[in-house]
Design a protein around this ligand. Sequence first.
Ligand code: GLP
Length: 261
Amino acid sequence: MEVVILPGEERIAAVGADIIAQHVAAKPASVLGLATGSSPLRVYGELGRRVASGELTLSGCSAFLLDEYLGLQDDHREAYRRVIEREFVERVDIDSTRVHGPDGAAADVVAACAGYEEQMCAAGGVDVQLLGIGGNGHIAFNEPGASLAGRTQARMLTEQTRRDNARFFGDDIDAVPRHCLTQGIGTIREARHLVLIAWGSAKAQAVQQLVEGPVSALWPATALQLHPHVTVLLDDAAASRLELREHYLASAEHRLAGQWY
Ligand code: GLP
């Protein structure tokens, strides 16, 4: 795991965008893995800026979302498909028909999940996957107790995640769906490069577990320790509980000067 501690969100966004840009430079038809939540938003903003200035094109790329709420109308503002359209697709030059997400309105949820896995496989798998992390250590919507080898499936959200996400639903926890579709941790671990972004002290404990804790279903993100290529971009607050913080700071310095993959 490459742990990179950066001075604030702006630098995280720039480095996150650099990583995506390097993948796209090496492979213009890169398959991007997109995350929702607030953590990656500034990366999307920075990618949009680079596309607008002509520095970058994502026109050859396709993309897959990590997860989706179950039970929201297709056009609900907080349906993840809509969030990604607003925050990412509309800012860059990717073809929106090549941006896919789990179908939260499917009549047959099991078939929809299996079909989504097949679609990702047919696209050649995800080259670079952006990730956030929940305060309880969830990734995508794999809550504590989730299989560390699971595939895309319907899951129930924990009370904590619904409380955390209520801010997107007018602070009304009852408006937050109870169920979701999510790529499993086994699915996520097949992406070739994982880039996890976390900032703020509310993530410090989850980050400490992610990087230094024992691999455990209680902290699903810890399964990423078993992935060969993970980059973790943190601000000081999110990194504040890391025991080896000084070591990560020192070793990230030379990486910042060079290539990311
Ligand atoms: C949601 C998403 C996750 C995201 C997490 C953290 O539950 N399903 O993919 O990583 O929230 O969100 P935030 O980045 O807003 O803290």
